[in-house]
Design a protein around this ligand. Structure first.
Ligand SMILES: C[S@@+](CC[C@H](N)C(=O)[O-])C[C@H]1O[C@@H](n2cnc3c(N)ncnc32)[C@H](O)[C@@H]1O
Length: 192
């Protein structure tokens, strides 16, 4: 799978929630985790984070939204229920992405929303726990970007195993084919 992702939370007050989010991020293969305007105390969060994720996944602690720094080319995606948010099942995840969640009794700050390239909502009847919301987003990223055997039309597991990956032609050759097809089409049109 190409690309990477990180996940973090803004202004979180319950260490258990951050611990749970980071543990799940570790399990889903996050490249980094972060907090904004709220520090994570691993000693407290490890009640939920039994994988001790921060010993394996880099943790960044940003004091304010203005201090937030992401790798070059990494998209920032706010996970929040807002009127204009894109519904998660219709969202195409960027190859390199950082997801940010809001606080337990509030939401993402307007400054954070402003900074986001996209805001995405999970179509639920009401807000779920932020660590659960993070888990759903990470799972959605996995199933929409990784290769799995196709789901059958009837209930049950796949009927056929995942076919082996076949590499396409190198990009320069694909472009060469496209250019010569365009030339041939132009010649055709001129001859007519
Ligand atoms: C428990 S919610 C905050 C409470 C919420 N403002 C309320 O209506 O009670 C904490 C965070 O989880 C995330 N969240 C929860 N449910 C969500 C959903 N259905 N779609 C997107 N984000 C969600 C958001 O990041 C939110 O800021």
């Amino acid at each position: 799978m190409r690309g990477y992702f990180g996940i973090g939370a803004e202004r979180i007050s319950k260490q258990m929630n951050v611990g749970s989010l980071f543990r799940t991020a570790h399990a889903f293969g996050a490249g980094f985790v972060f907090t904004v305007a709220a520090s994570y105390a691993p000693d407290e969060g490890e009640v939920a984070d039994t994988s001790r994720s921060t010993a394996s996944v880099p943790l960044y602690d940003f004091e304010t939204v203005r201090d937030l720094r992401l790798p070059v080319g990494c998209g920032l995606i706010g996970i929040e229920i807002t009127e204009d948010a894109i519904e998660l099942p219709s969202f195409r995840h960027p190859r390199c992405a950082a997801y940010v969640l809001g606080q337990e009794r509030g939401s993402l700050s307007p400054e954070m929303v402003e900074l986001c390239d996209y805001v995405v909502k999970i179509p639920t009847k009401f807000a779920v726990n932020l660590a659960i919301a993070g888990a759903i987003v990470m799972y959605d990223r996995l199933i929409s970007t990784a290769r799995f055997a196709a789901r059958p039309l009837v209930p049950g597991g796949p009927r056929e195993p995942l076919p082996p990956h076949v590499f396409g032609e190198p990009l320069w050759r694909v472009k060469q084919h496209a250019a010569s097809a365009a030339r041939a089409e132009k010649n055709d049109r001129e001859e007519r």
